[in-house]
Design a binder for this molecule. Structure first.
Ligand code: HEM
Length: 401
């Protein structure tokens, strides 16, 4: 990794703030040696997210530019690589299966899962004196939630964490990624075939039916959408949940706010403060575009720094503080903006609210062990805890970064 990329992965808020205050747009070098335009301030990121001149399709990237990792066509024909009109058609189809009602119907299953996992954390604490809220709670819970939605059988859920760590981690290599992608491709084509043979009332079965009814969805688009929902659907949610738990445990003021109705506000504020997606999906200008006073030539790569924009003091008062009482809670950019606004945001919010409620009900005296051994992942893309060790008893008083 270049020095700047490594420093950013280690300290995205510190480096992000420095870059934001130094200027609205910077040319930076990615680990693969390509150059991108990083946009750091809220107003510019907000505008750029919804600018139709910034394409998500790799067809608009100049040869040799940054493209991120490449996927085979059967996984790559997804919403995050498309512009209108293909994006509009596919998003409408995805939306017709991913309804508010379907999300709301998951509440009882999510509540059971969260309570069961909170019980398991309590048992581990009683037996061993410590537990890890990432491995023992947030990750299995988020995998379960998205698997329930899609209809992924319990036996196949185990490998997801390995896959995402292999693709998103700072140490990901091209060969390692290629091997994971091959495995994921085999998994998703088999899953779609299974839903076609045995429709089971879940979201994926609905999408297969939409594909087979009148060919509105290509086979590659179907596999890619399943892949995207699963992949986009659990790592970010797990990171939001563990991040919210950390915010509560690290600060008595936040803990006091996170009672009853306060939990939804807490989740929203943590989404802003520790945006699980550090950067939006890369974008390629279809013509020369002015952003923050810089002219970005057509075909170059634009990266929008969501997490840095969310802490822009020009937009949020006291942006580095977790304040669930702020009156502009919902103005953060963590779920994007415009036509690519996260389709899973209602599920992510519900998941986190249910998880935090169950955890704090079951373990009201949960605290951070002395020395605050929480460990953040080192990644250019995701902000999340790699481990969140917890104990019970008198809370330790760590500094909250
Ligand atoms: C805390 C959790 C989540 C965060 C922070 C998050 C973040 C985002 C962001 C930033 C985008 C926009 C990307 C861009 O325009 O560059 C996005 C899009 C998307 N997200 Fe999420 N997401 C979360 C959870 C989920 C879940 C649970 C699902 C699915 C079950 C999901 C599925 C999607 C899909 C399909 C898109 C593409 C939408 C489109 O192009 O029309 N996300 N997400």
């Amino acid at each position: 990794m270049s020095d700047m990329a490594a420093a950013y992965a280690a300290d995205p808020h510190g480096i992000g703030s420095r870059l934001r205050e130094a200027g609205p747009v910077h040319q930076v070098t990615m680990p693969d040696g390509t150059s991108v335009w990083l946009v750091t301030r809220y107003a510019d990121v907000h505008r750029a997210l919804a600018d139709p001149r910034l394409s998500l399709s790799k067809r608009n990237a100049k040869p040799g530019g940054y493209q991120g990792f490449s996927l085979p066509p059967a996984l790559d024909a997804n919403l995050l690589n498309m512009d209108a009109p293909d994006h509009t058609r596919l998003r409408r189809l995805a939306g017709s299966a991913f309804t508010a009602r379907r999300v709301a119907e998951l509440r009882p299953a999510l509540t059971d899962a969260a309570r069961g996992l909170a019980d398991a954390v309590a048992a581990r604490l009683a037996a061993e004196g410590s537990a890890d809220l990432v491995a023992d709670f947030a990750t299995p819970y988020a995998v379960l939630a998205i698997s329930e939605l899609l209809g992924v059988p319990a036996a196949s859920r185990g490998r997801f964490r390995e896959w995402t760590a292999g693709l998103l981690g700072a140490e990901a290599t091209r060969e390692g990624m290629a091997a994971i992608v091959r495995e994921m491709y085999a998994f998703f084509t088999a899953l779609v075939a299974d839903k076609r043979a045995n429709p089971s009332g879940d979201l994926l079965s609905d999408l297969v039916a939409a594909r087979d009814a009148d060919d509105r969805l290509g086979e590659d688009e179907l596999t890619s959408l399943a892949f995207l929902l699963l992949f986009a659907g659990y790592e970010n949610s797990a990171n939001l949940i563990a991040g919210a738990a950390y915010a509560v445990l690290a600060d008595e003021r936040v803990r006091a706010a996170a009672r009853g109705d306060g939990i939804a506000a807490l989740v929203e504020e943590v989404a802003r403060h520790e945006s699980p997606a550090l950067l939006a999906i890369r974008r390629f200008p279809v013509e020369d575009v002015e952003i923050g006073g810089a002219v970005v030539p057509a075909g170059e790569t634009v990266m929008l720094a969501l997490a840095t924009a969310n802490r822009d003091p020009r937009r949020f008062t006291d942006p580095d503080t977790v304040d669930p009482g702020r009156d502009d809670l919902h103005r953060h950019l963590s779920f994007g903006q415009g036509v690519h606004y996260c389709i899973g945001a209602p599920l992510a919010r519900l998941e986190a609210e249910v998880a935090l409620t169950a955890l704090l009900d079951r373990l009201p005296d949960l605290c951070l062990p002395d020395g605050n051994p929480a460990v953040w992942q080192q990644s250019l893309r995701v902000r999340g805890l790699a481990a969140l060790p917890v104990a019970t008893g008198e809370p330790a008083r760590p500094g909250h970064r």
